[in-house]
Design a protein around this ligand. Structure first.
Ligand code: TXA
Ligand code: MG
Length: 288
């Protein structure tokens, strides 16, 4: 199923055997919970308890690339396996019209992790999604390339201060404008259960903060740069939204040239740059 962020592998969130098939298709460890997707805030409130801060964020950013982790209210709506046994659930209202049509027709919550095999870059095109997990699915929907290209931001609103578990398509600055300051990035870096392993990784090693490629390397440029056979420019005009949209597909394209390594230009850490740098550090294996 296409979404505005990345392609997802979708199944009935209340059906444990359907959800088990998702974990199997991805080779995903079952301690890493899935996001439940619904059509709107009212549908979310049927199974999750959203406090005042969560409601403000939902009103500001849904439909869109924000996932809220909150206490589960109806455990049957999102099965234990989809929640990895937790008493919280991650919920998101996607903006992509095809995802919205699927959710509206289905009615219930749809569990959907990114459609990559576990540890690999998320697919942002129909073909990339088919390449990753296409052989496991009953039906694949072509919704074109994903406009945002990075996964949703995951924020936990359980008790105590809000915790940013994964930077993503909604920026820290946008969230702080609605609910006030968030804790510094380091405090939360390891809280989301799925964020522990090497992640988003192509086959080739990834070398960050590079100014140019060494012989044998592919290069992901950012801003004005020479062109060349193994040079992929995330955004010639140094636009972070464009770089986010190109990130995973260019990591793949660079990887297909079978380089000794993929060198990546420095990306500013503001706005969407926080999420881009998070994915790049994980692709490089820097985050334990
Ligand atoms: O943009 C997206 O969010 C995409 C599209 C398909 O919607 N989905 C996606 O799902 O990225 P996935 O499974 O690849 O990433 C979900 C993240 C993981 O890091 C997982 O650990 C975290 O959300 N998560 C899910 N449920 C959680 C929970 N109850 N508590 C903490 N983290 C949770
Ligand atoms: Mg994923």
């Amino acid at each position: 199923m296409p979404t505005e962020t990345v392609y997802g592998l979708a199944a009935d969130a209340s059906n444990a055997s359907a959800v088990a098939a998702i974990y199997a298709a991805k080779g995903r460890p079952d301690f890493n919970p899935l996001i439940a997707h619904v059509t709107d805030l009212a549908a979310a409130q049927r199974f999750v308890r959203l406090d005042a801060r969560a409601l403000k964020l939902a009103q500001a950013f849904w439909p869109g690339p924000l996932t809220i982790v909150a206490p589960i209210a109806d455990p049957a709506a999102v099965c234990n396996l989809a929640r990895a046994g937790l008493d919280t659930v991650a919920v998101r209202v996607p903006a992509h019209p095809m995802a919205r049509a699927v959710l509206a027709a289905f009615g219930g919550a749809v569990a959907a992790p990114s459609a990559n095999r576990s540890g690999r870059p998320s697919p942002t095109t129909y073909l990339d999604a088919l390449t990753e997990t296409g052989e496991s699915v009953a039906l694949a929907l072509d919704g074109g390339p994903c406009i945002i290209g990075l996964e949703s931001t995951v924020i936990a609103l359980i008790d105590g201060p809000p915790r940013l578990l994964r930077p993503g398509g909604v920026t820290r600055e946008q969230i702080e404008a609605v609910i006030g300051p968030l804790a510094p990035a380091d405090d939360d870096a390891k809280r989301s259960p799925g964020r522990l392993a090497l992640h988003y990784a192509p086959e080739a090693p990834v070398r960050l903060d590079a100014n140019a490629a060494q012989p044998g390397e592919a290069f992901l440029a950012f801003g004005p740069a020479p062109t060349g056979e193994r040079i992929f420019n995330l955004s010639p005009s140094a636009n972070l939204a464009e770089a986010a949209a190109n990130l995973f597909s260019m990591l793949r394209a660079a990887d297909y040239t079978a380089p000794t390594a993929i060198a990546v230009a420095p990306i500013p850490d503001r706005g969407l740059g926080e999420a881009i740098n998070d994915r790049l550090r994980r692709a490089a294996g820097y985050v334990g």
